[in-house]
Write a protein that binds this ligand. Structure first.
Ligand code: ADP
Length: 468
């Protein structure tokens, strides 16, 4: 049984709420109130009815709206509370540990976002158990803490492992989506699958929001975009909206857009001097010969820009064949590029899966007999592979070029080093998890949990407002 040492509190004391990731907060003692109260904003419940949780943010430093700590807690009750000014309000109640002078004890706290509440926190009678006596004319009788923790990396370390509310933007209920939901839930998070095409938005400078099924979507801790190629422009607009709100998106809209467009992607990679097959493209039919010349002699690869799963990729063995394919594509008004054929790759490519700043798995895909395309959708097979340091660095640089935290980078092994074919911002998990036996989705959650931790804020010169 917890045996507290007696403590004396003045009318104001420094306290910590470690379970919420609030290592220092000033609290006023309010013996007129029964339950303690915390000044919070964006208060939203989430999770299953049998196990409801509440998500809210707290600005621990008065006057510093740029620092908001996102908190999650189990919901214990909803209660009518009458505040000192006589107004009553229905408030969510959580239970959390209060730490003062090295001692911790559980207290109940109501959440309120009444702007009239001058203090970040009020300590009511229930929190001031028998071991505490009050000296109402004094203050700071307990060890003083400092807001410095919020200005340093300490704020990240102090962040507890908490339940996150995560949206998977996906239209498909496939292996990858299911794994994202199951793995997230097994880690105690709440994962909601949102059909991107059914999101709608009001573009508004003051209150950017995303709506869905007649309701405003809540504030998510993280968004995992799984945007299909067919809805890239709309899907990236939805992600941009989440970015405006300040939600952590595993992959950003700009990176998805640039990597999806083969021409744009090649320009980005070339600008970073990342190895890729010699590639040329043109819009006018007059340039066909010159285009072929730019790339070199046949054999050549001609690719439809919209190609996925290897469907629009043709190998032209001779220059004549290349010309015919190009004129056929032009006749169809299709956009395409012409590329040097990397023969040494011999129908194989390497898929490197990048999560954060690491290649977490790699597999070799080998095309079906007689096919130079190694896509699994074209009958290719996959096996785990050890990659070289050069291949690893190339894959990481390619993912970074688009700012992607999750990417499938496809490389060809050429005689002069790795050549990037494509950077995929929604890589499938099934093939690579099966081939390598690795828990890639688990690694993705490690990254998300790390990234949603609070960031330190810069100190301000005048500390006057902090003393208010
Ligand atoms: P998609 O986006 O449709 O999958 P890719 O550009 O990835 O198109 O090409 C499909 C497959 O064709 C690749 O996985 C690779 O095996 C093969 N391939 C593509 N480009 C080349 C090339 N320039 N040289 C050799 N093989 C290639």
């Amino acid at each position: 049984m917890f045996q507290p040492k007696p403590l004396t509190f003045g009318w104001e004391e420094w306290v910590a709420l470690p379970d919420l990731g609030l290592p220092a907060i000033r609290a006023k003692v309010d013996t007129g109130a029964r339950t303690s109260a915390l000044h919070a904003s964006d208060i939203e419940t989430f999770g299953p009815v049998s196990h409801p949780r509440v998500r809210f943010s707290v600005q621990p430093i008065p006057g510093r709206t740029d620092l908001a700590i996102a908190c999650s807690a189990e919901l214990v009750d909803r209660r009518e509370v009458t505040s000192s000014n006589g107004e009553s309000e229905l408030r969510y109640v959580i239970r959390t540990n209060l730490t003062v002078a090295g001692q911790s004890w559980p207290i109940e706290v109501t959440l309120t976002n009444r702007s009239g509440m001058a203090s970040r926190m009020l300590l009511g009678r229930q929190a001031l158990s028998e071991h505490i006596s009050i000296a109402p004319t004094e203050r700071n009788l307990q060890p003083e803490l400092s807001y410095d923790v919020y200005h340093s990396q300490q704020v990240r370390r102090a962040a507890p492992k908490r339940a996150l509310r995560i949206a998977v933007l996906s239209r498909e209920n496939n292996y990858s989506t299911k794994r994202l939901v199951e793995t997230g839930e097994a880690r105690g998070h709440v994962v909601e699958v949102i059909d991107t095409a059914r999101c709608y938005m009001a573009i508004n400078a003051l209150a950017p929001e995303v709506h869905y099924d007649g309701k405003r979507l809540p504030r998510y801790d993280a968004v995992i975009p799984r945007i299909g190629a067919s809805i890239t422009p709309y899907g990236t607009a939805v992600i941009r909206q989440f970015e405006t709100i300040g939600t952590f998106c595993v992959n950003g809209s700009a990176g998805i857009t640039a990597s999806r467009d083969k021409l744009h992607a090649h320009q980005v990679l070339a600008a970073r001097q990342i190895g890729m097959p010699v590639t040329a493209f043109a819009a006018s039919p007059k340039d066909t010969d010159n285009l072929i010349e730019l790339v070199g002699d046949a054999p050549l690869v001609v690719k439809l820009l919209e190609s996925t799963q290897g469907k629009g990729v043709v190998l032209a063995e001779t220059t004549k064949a290349a010309e015919s394919v190009i004129s056929a594509f032009r006749g169809l008004r299709a956009n395409f590029l012409v590329q040097q054929f990397v023969k040494e790759a011999a129908g194989e490519d390497i898929r490197c899966l990048v999560v954060g700043s690491r290649v977490v798995a790699a597999m070799k895909r080998t095309g079906a007999e007689g096919d130079f395309r190694s896509n699994l959708h074209q009958g290719g097979t996959a096996t785990a592979v050890r990659i070289t340091k050069e291949e690893r660095d190339t894959a990481l640089r390619a993912a970074r070029a688009f700012g992607l935290n999750l990417a499938g980078v496809d490389l060809l092994r050429s005689s002069d080093g790795p050549k990037v074919l494509e950077v995929n911002s929604s890589p499938g998990f099934e093939g690579i998890e099966t081939a390598t036996g690795k828990d890639i989705v688990g690694k993705l959650y490690d990254e998300i949990e790390l990234r949603v931790r609070p960031q330190p804020v810069r100190r301000r010169k005048a500390a006057a407002s902090e003393d208010a």
